[in-house]
Design a protein around this ligand. Structure first.
Ligand code: AGP
Length: 614
């Protein structure tokens, strides 16, 4: 939540910062603001609403020359989305400007203390308190860096803070605890940002920052210490994608572009992980085989779409490894007091690698001595850094708030992990693994096939975009797909949508069925006789009550097609892999419905891409 950026260098700071914020607007769009260090002090501009409001204001009232500044795009937590609550916030005299991502949990006490000393505040935010603390520090003779160190020592909660001091031009200082921050290293210019996408057009060299670190950048230097001032180790890395990956490339929405990138993203995620004999090569599994063989329980932990990937992983992992596998919503995990031992493997799934609930689950699991493997799409993010091992998905940057290629690549990474565990434990013969691996390798071409044949899905969106409710049903791995299909529709189309386990419908939700209510049903491939036939019965149950059935099933499944008002055909795959195909028309459907309704698909209301608060 919230995107923050700091810049110092030779370019026009306002231009660099605004373009950086544009690429981070997916992180929050309740307001945006900049603070520029100029020859006449700090110039702050901030506006409620999307970045375009700030841009209009800057165009109407130009700012003086500046080569240094900070910027912020907000997802509101403390205080509504108003101009006053927009960042940057200023200290008492306007000498220090500061932006913040996270939550300062003890801000009320700090605010009361500062008010007793005579301070007045202009906003309801927790962040303005920190601007006051830092400015009080520099006013009493500390450097900006020392003032930041003293301020963070007083803070509880999660934060990335970036500040400038009008009386110390040429340097930007930041602090990081539990919220993302990376340094971009340019030639004669440096960047600080929540996401590398914000500076990718200027440099592909970055430095990963650790927890509880302070960083000071000038145009030519980067100096990192821990909160107590001791020198800190940093990890430079090269960003392996370029500007084009962070742009829409001719599509109307990032989401649509990302939907069509999925075959390549899945192929990239498989790349280098399969040996010539069809065995799995997971070099990044830094947990030795003996430890993996001792695993007697697996718990998959994630949020939202990643949680749905985790639900599917459970079916695959248990089937292939015979190790009991639980799945938890990360925000619930710690509070149910899960039974975790040193023989438990916790698998976390996160596209961003910064989701606070998932991160806290990892910390809880590690405190109980479990091993943690994370599946993540973001190089160097906090979650992979805090895990024992990481399997990166190679989806490239996912910018649309609604996760698409993040999801399908997470599924593939889960399959790889499950098959790898089966290989290590010997619960599957080599030739069985080989044959499943070949099916995995065939997925990108089958995904292309689905994405080339979307006429029926687009027609459906035309016909259904005005309905008030849509249901999704599935069994086995079709059930999480029903949940994911409903989530996609809810989050970008604001339509009431519910996913159900198809067999559970008759225990209550079937009362929702009324004349011509659209019900999507995911039918497993025909080989799975029992489940296949049970789902067909469920379709008949809803049809008998007047529902309009939209059936996703295997091409050539005449029985399924005969119960469908609309049939969306999928290529043949093993049941466990069907989710990778079945989700594609559902993603396209929700993208199209939201477009037809005139909504902002990439920036749906109330949401942010990366949820870094609990
Ligand atoms: C899905 O479309 C959402 N953006 C959301 O549910 C997301 O999957 C969830 O917040 C988890 O994010 P993560 O994968 O970055 O941890």
């Amino acid at each position: 939540m919230c995107g923050i950026i700091g810049y110092v260098g030779c370019q026009d700071a306002k231009t660099v910062i605004i373009s950086g914020l544009r690429r981070m607007e997916y992180r929050g769009y309740d307001s945006a603001g900049v603070a520029l260090v100029t020859d006449h002090g700090i110039e702050v501009r901030k506006k409620a609403g999307k970045l375009k409001n700030l841009e209009a204001d800057l165009a109407a009232h130009p700012t003086p020359d500046s080569h240094e500044g900070i910027g912020h795009t907000r997802w509101a937590t403390h205080g509504g989305p108003t101009d006053e609550n927009a960042h940057p916030h200023l200290g008492p005299t306007g000498r220090v400007a500061l932006v913040h991502n996270g939550i300062i949990e003890n801000f009320a006490e700090l605010k009361a203390e500062l008010e007793r000393a005579g301070a007045t505040f202009l906003s309801q935010t927790d962040s303005e308190v920190v601007a006051h603390l830092v400015e009080n520090g520099v006013a009493s003779g500390s450097t900006l860096r020392e003032a930041m160190m003293a301020a963070v020592a007083r803070l509880e909660g999660t934060f990335t803070l970036v500040a400038v001091d009008a009386q110390a031009p040429g340097s930007v200082v930041a602090a990081r605890r539990n919220s993302p921050l990376v340094v971009g290293v340019g030639e004669g210019e440096m960047f600080l940002a929540s996401d590398v996408a914000s500076f990718i057009e200027h440099t592909r060299e970055a430095i990963e920052l650790g927890q509880d670190q302070i960083v000071e950048i000038t145009a030519t230097s980067v100096d990192v210490t821990s909160f107590d001032g001791s020198p800190a180790l940093t990890k430079p890395y090269h960003i392996d994608w370029d500007l084009s990956a962070a742009e829409k490339g001719g599509y109307d929405w990032f989401m649509r572009k990302e939907i069509f990138e999925q075959p390549k993203a899945v192929a990239d995620t498989l790349l280098g992980r399969i040996g010539p004999d069809g065995s799995l090569i997971l070099d990044e599994m830094r947990i030795d085989a003996a430890t993996l063989r001792s695993i007697d329980k697996i718990i998959v932990v994630a949020c939202g779409t990643a949680y749905h990937a985790g639900m599917i992983a459970k079916y695959a992992i248990e089937h292939w490894t015979r190790i009991p596998c639980e799945v938890d919503i990360a925000s619930e995990f710690r509070y149910r007091d899960p039974i975790i031992t040193a023989n438990t493997l916790v698998v976390t799934i996160s596209q961003s690698g910064e989701t606070a609930d998932t991160l806290m689950a990892i910390r809880h699991a590690r405190e109980q001595h479990a091993k943690v493997v994370s599946i993540c799409n973001t190089n160097g993010a906090t979650i992979p850094r805090e895990s024992d091992a990481v399997i990166y998905t190679h989806a490239g940057p996912e910018i649309g708030v609604a996760s698409t290629k993040g999801f399908t690549t997470q599924l593939v990474a889960c399959y790889l992990l499950g098959l790898y565990l089966a290989q290590v434990k010997g619960t599957k013969f080599g030739d069985e693994i080989h044959s499943l691996v070949r099916e995995l390798e065939a997925l990108p071409a089958k995904m292309e096939e689905v994405l080339k044949d979307l006429g029926a899905t687009l027609d459906l969106a035309q016909q259904l975009h005005d309905v008030s409710s849509v249901l999704f049903l599935g069994r086995h791995v079709g059930y999480p797909i029903a949940l994911e299909g409903a989530l996609k529709l809810k989050e970008i189309s604001y339509l009431h949508a519910e996913g159900f386990a198809a067999g559970e419908l008759k225990h209550g939700p079937i009362a929702l069925i009324e004349d011509w209510l659209p019900v999507f049903v995911v039918v497993p491939p025909q080989g799975r006789d029992q489940i296949h036939d049970k789902v067909l019965s469920n379709i008949q149950e809803v049809r008998a009550r007047g529902a309009r059935t939209i059936v996703l099933g295997e091409r050539g499944d005449e029985a399924a097609a005969s119960y469908a008002d609309h049939f969306l055909a999928l290529p043949t795959v093993p049941t466990l892999f069907q989710p990778v195909l079945a989700i594609l028309p559902l993603q396209v459907f929700s993208c199209e419905v939201a477009t037809l309704k005139g909504y902002d698909v990439d920036q749906p209301r109330n949401l942010a891409k990366s949820v870094t608060v609990e």
